[in-house]
Design a protein around this ligand. Structure first.
Ligand code: 2BA
Length: 110
Protein backbone atom coordinates (compact mmCIF):
# COMPACT_ATOMS: atom_id res chain seq x y z
CA UNK A 1 0.00 0.00 0.00
CA UNK A 2 1.10 3.59 -0.68
CA UNK A 3 0.29 6.97 0.77
CA UNK A 4 0.32 9.71 -1.83
CA UNK A 5 0.88 13.22 -0.51
CA UNK A 6 -0.02 15.65 -3.27
CA UNK A 7 0.18 19.44 -3.03
CA UNK A 8 -2.01 21.04 -5.68
CA UNK A 9 -3.15 24.55 -6.48
CA UNK A 10 -6.45 25.44 -4.83
CA UNK A 11 -8.22 26.10 -8.12
CA UNK A 12 -7.46 22.55 -9.34
CA UNK A 13 -8.84 20.92 -6.20
CA UNK A 14 -12.56 20.59 -7.02
CA UNK A 15 -12.23 18.76 -10.37
CA UNK A 16 -9.51 16.49 -8.99
CA UNK A 17 -11.47 15.67 -5.83
CA UNK A 18 -14.54 14.95 -7.99
CA UNK A 19 -12.55 12.55 -10.16
CA UNK A 20 -11.09 10.75 -7.12
CA UNK A 21 -14.56 10.38 -5.58
CA UNK A 22 -16.02 9.10 -8.88
CA UNK A 23 -13.45 6.31 -8.86
CA UNK A 24 -14.01 5.44 -5.22
CA UNK A 25 -10.66 6.54 -3.78
CA UNK A 26 -10.41 7.33 -0.07
CA UNK A 27 -8.51 10.48 0.77
CA UNK A 28 -8.16 13.40 3.17
CA UNK A 29 -8.10 16.99 1.98
CA UNK A 30 -6.13 19.55 3.97
CA UNK A 31 -6.12 23.27 3.28
CA UNK A 32 -2.49 24.38 3.16
CA UNK A 33 -0.37 27.38 2.22
CA UNK A 34 2.69 27.36 -0.01
CA UNK A 35 5.79 28.27 1.95
CA UNK A 36 7.27 30.33 -0.90
CA UNK A 37 4.33 32.14 -2.52
CA UNK A 38 2.18 32.10 0.67
CA UNK A 39 -0.82 31.27 -1.52
CA UNK A 40 -3.60 28.87 -0.65
CA UNK A 41 -3.06 25.37 -1.94
CA UNK A 42 -4.51 22.00 -1.03
CA UNK A 43 -2.73 18.91 0.23
CA UNK A 44 -4.35 15.56 -0.47
CA UNK A 45 -3.49 12.39 1.42
CA UNK A 46 -4.55 9.42 -0.68
CA UNK A 47 -4.11 5.88 0.65
CA UNK A 48 -4.17 3.32 -2.18
CA UNK A 49 -3.28 -0.24 -2.98
CA UNK A 50 0.01 -0.18 -4.89
CA UNK A 51 -1.65 -1.45 -8.06
CA UNK A 52 -3.86 1.66 -8.14
CA UNK A 53 -0.99 4.14 -7.76
CA UNK A 54 -0.67 4.74 -11.54
CA UNK A 55 -4.37 5.64 -11.78
CA UNK A 56 -4.08 8.29 -9.06
CA UNK A 57 -0.92 9.71 -10.67
CA UNK A 58 -2.76 9.85 -13.98
CA UNK A 59 -5.62 11.83 -12.39
CA UNK A 60 -3.12 14.20 -10.78
CA UNK A 61 -1.47 14.79 -14.16
CA UNK A 62 -4.84 15.24 -15.84
CA UNK A 63 -6.21 17.78 -13.35
CA UNK A 64 -3.08 19.50 -12.05
CA UNK A 65 -2.37 22.42 -14.31
CA UNK A 66 1.05 24.08 -14.40
CA UNK A 67 0.90 27.88 -14.33
CA UNK A 68 3.28 30.82 -14.42
CA UNK A 69 2.96 33.26 -11.52
CA UNK A 70 4.63 36.65 -11.22
CA UNK A 71 6.01 37.58 -7.83
CA UNK A 72 7.28 40.96 -6.71
CA UNK A 73 10.63 40.44 -5.02
CA UNK A 74 11.08 42.19 -1.68
CA UNK A 75 12.27 45.75 -2.19
CA UNK A 76 15.79 46.30 -0.88
CA UNK A 77 16.41 49.20 1.46
CA UNK A 78 17.12 52.13 -0.83
CA UNK A 79 18.94 55.35 -0.11
CA UNK A 80 16.74 58.46 -0.57
CA UNK A 81 18.75 59.56 -3.61
CA UNK A 82 18.24 56.23 -5.38
CA UNK A 83 15.11 55.08 -7.15
CA UNK A 84 14.75 51.41 -7.82
CA UNK A 85 11.78 49.60 -9.38
CA UNK A 86 11.89 45.85 -8.87
CA UNK A 87 10.58 43.81 -11.81
CA UNK A 88 8.23 40.94 -11.08
CA UNK A 89 9.94 37.58 -11.12
CA UNK A 90 8.45 34.69 -13.09
CA UNK A 91 7.76 31.58 -10.98
CA UNK A 92 6.67 28.33 -12.61
CA UNK A 93 4.23 26.46 -10.35
CA UNK A 94 3.95 22.80 -11.27
CA UNK A 95 0.65 20.99 -11.65
CA UNK A 96 1.17 18.93 -8.52
CA UNK A 97 3.99 18.22 -6.10
CA UNK A 98 3.73 14.53 -5.30
CA UNK A 99 5.38 12.36 -2.65
CA UNK A 100 4.76 8.60 -2.62
CA UNK A 101 5.39 6.87 0.71
CA UNK A 102 5.30 3.17 1.47
CA UNK A 103 2.74 2.35 4.15
CA UNK A 104 3.88 -0.10 6.80
CA UNK A 105 0.43 -0.68 8.21
CA UNK A 106 -3.12 0.46 7.46
CA UNK A 107 -6.13 -0.07 9.68
CA UNK A 108 -9.61 1.36 9.91
CA UNK A 109 -10.45 0.79 13.55
CA UNK A 110 -14.19 0.43 14.11
P1 2BA B 1 5.18 27.31 -2.76
O1 2BA B 1 6.13 26.98 -1.65
O2 2BA B 1 4.34 28.53 -2.58
O3 2BA B 1 6.01 27.39 -4.11
C1 2BA B 1 5.41 27.84 -5.30
C2 2BA B 1 6.41 27.77 -6.44
O4 2BA B 1 7.49 28.67 -6.16
C3 2BA B 1 7.05 26.38 -6.59
O5 2BA B 1 6.25 25.58 -7.44
C4 2BA B 1 8.40 26.72 -7.20
O6 2BA B 1 8.28 26.91 -8.61
C5 2BA B 1 8.72 28.09 -6.58
N1 2BA B 1 9.58 27.98 -5.41
C6 2BA B 1 9.31 27.35 -4.24
N2 2BA B 1 10.32 27.49 -3.36
C7 2BA B 1 11.27 28.20 -4.00
C8 2BA B 1 12.57 28.69 -3.63
N3 2BA B 1 13.10 28.43 -2.43
N4 2BA B 1 13.27 29.40 -4.56
C9 2BA B 1 12.75 29.66 -5.78
N5 2BA B 1 11.53 29.24 -6.19
C10 2BA B 1 10.80 28.52 -5.31
P2 2BA B 1 6.19 24.03 -7.19
O7 2BA B 1 7.55 23.45 -7.10
O8 2BA B 1 5.26 23.48 -8.24
O9 2BA B 1 5.52 23.83 -5.74
C11 2BA B 1 4.12 24.08 -5.52
C12 2BA B 1 3.82 23.96 -4.04
O10 2BA B 1 4.12 22.59 -3.65
C13 2BA B 1 4.71 24.80 -3.13
O11 2BA B 1 4.16 26.09 -2.97
C14 2BA B 1 4.70 24.02 -1.82
O12 2BA B 1 3.49 24.28 -1.09
C15 2BA B 1 4.66 22.57 -2.31
N6 2BA B 1 6.01 22.01 -2.39
C16 2BA B 1 6.88 22.08 -3.42
N7 2BA B 1 8.02 21.42 -3.15
C17 2BA B 1 7.88 20.94 -1.91
C18 2BA B 1 8.73 20.18 -1.05
N8 2BA B 1 9.97 19.77 -1.41
N9 2BA B 1 8.26 19.85 0.19
C19 2BA B 1 7.03 20.25 0.58
N10 2BA B 1 6.16 20.96 -0.19
C20 2BA B 1 6.60 21.32 -1.41
Amino acid sequence: MKLIVAVIQERDADPLVGALLDRGFFFAQIDSTGGFLREANVTLLVGVQTALLPEVLRLLRQHGQARVRYVNPLMPIVEPAEFHVASPVEVYVGGATVFVLSVERYERVA
